[in-house]
Design a protein around this ligand. Structure first.
Ligand code: MG
Length: 397
């Protein structure tokens, strides 16, 4: 794991999703294409961690906010208590003057932007907002606010029958990219933003990932992986540059009493370039991960140690070789496999049929290992197992 995972949010993600190593789920072993230089797992790899269970929430209705998913971090739930998670966007910080009314947080014009006390990075963000039902002003003057992530504004504006410049529409990346369509509901009704934010990543002053924003407005895709061009602003073109690892969520006071409800986020897993392990990875990162997987499998193999039945341990150790051709393990497997073959050969002819499936399992494992160049096709126990299968006619249907 690289050292870049310093933000509290990422830490929280890793904490919640990290798994204590356990025996893998049942499923075929020695099966799909083996791990390679940039992919630490095989295809259909049963050693790949199971997805963390999340209980989904419910959708909002006009009257009622929905329930967030079980792993969401709540930033505002309609209660006055949750307003305490926010402060005025001032330094030194002050309590916000925005008010909670009937389950919504309302901008008090002139009181300034607000921000979450919590800072976070890449996220899935859910925000619901409503422009004042009483229509006042036009263009940028009607129901204007904004959702700011690290200086990037996803515009909040009442554009229901209210034209304005395209790159300033509701759900535009302000001054950068208009929404694909205008899927707004009438003013006074709640609008839903579901946002996926991936901040730009710079290393040594150079961009390695420009960062992207995806937005669904009322369930309609309006920003499709739109590239971040830098913090947004009025009249000026955004300029690319390094972004922080984490920042607060800010909501804009643009002089209109816009209301917000049901605000939550889920931290996103790190990308491959920042230590994430879902490929394709760099060869260095893939090798490091494969080493870790192999070590975990060897640890698990040790729990299978059984003098009366050494086969499960041998097969599990052999499995680890798919990820790392470790010399000591290689030797151990060769020794155990050799002993296994000797033991099977000693089984009386009338009892040998009982060993059919087991021997075939061993032969299949070695066939896979030879196919992926983990062992030599001339590996003695492999040759012996293949020979026995042939002699017994176990290769016939
Ligand atoms: Mg705005």
């Amino acid at each position: 794991m690289r050292k870049t995972l310093t933000s509290a949010a990422l830490g929280l993600f890793l904490l919640s999703s990290s798994y204590a190593y356990a025996a893998p789920p049942s499923g075929p072993v020695f099966y799909g294409d083996a791990p390679d230089d940039t992919h630490p797992w095989a295809i259909h790899d049963r050693n790949r961690p199971q997805p963390v269970v999340v209980t989904p929430g419910t959708f909002s209705t006009a009257e009622q906010p929905g329930k967030p998913p079980s792993d969401a971090i709540i930033l505002f739930d309609g209660t006055p208590e949750s307003l305490a998670k926010w402060e005025a966007d001032k330094n030194p910080p002050e309590a916000t003057k925005w008010v909670v009314k009937t389950g919504a947080m309302e901008c008090v014009p002139g009181s300034g932007y607000i921000r979450t006390k919590e800072k976070f990075g890449d996220c899935q963000l859910h925000v619901e907002w409503a422009a004042p039902a009483k229509v006042q002003g036009d263009s940028q003057g009607r129901g204007n606010s904004g959702v700011f992530l690290m200086g990037v504004e996803i515009q909040v504006l009442d554009n229901y029958n209210n034209p304005t410049y395209a790159d300033g529409f509701a759900s535009s990346i302000y001054s950068v990219n208009p929404p694909a369509v205008n899927a707004l509901r009438p003013p006074g009704e709640y609008q839903t933003y579901d946002i996926v934010f991936r901040r730009p990543i710079y290393k040594d002053g150079k961009p390695v990932d420009p960062g992207y924003v995806t937005v669904f407005l009322n369930g309609v895709l309006v920003q499709d992986h739109t590239q971040i061009e830098g913090p947004t602003g009025h009249m000026g073109r955004a300029k690319p540059g390094a972004f922080p690892v984490a920042g607060p969520l800010k909501l804009q006071d643009h002089g209109n009493p816009v209301r917000y409800r049901n605000i939550w986020y889920r931290p996103l897993p790190p990308r491959a370039i920042e230590g994430g392990t879902n490929g394709p990875l760099t060869p260095e990162a893939a090798t490091a991960k494969k080493k870790e997987i192999a070590a975990d499998i060897r640890k698990d193999a040790a729990t299978l140690k059984d003098a009366k039945n050494p086969l499960p341990e041998m097969l599990r150790l052999a499995e680890s070789l798919v990820y790392e051709k470790d010399e000591a393990t290689m030797k151990q497997v060769a020794e155990m496999a050799g002993q296994y073959v000797v033991a099977v050969k000693a089984v009386p002819a009338d009892k040998l049929q009982d060993k059919k499936n087991e021997v075939k399992q061993v032969a299949d494992a070695f066939k896979y290992l030879a196919r992926w160049k983990v062992i030599d096709p001339a590996f003695a126990p492999k040759v012996e197992a293949d020979k026995m299968i042939k002699e017994q006619g176990w290769d016939k249907k």
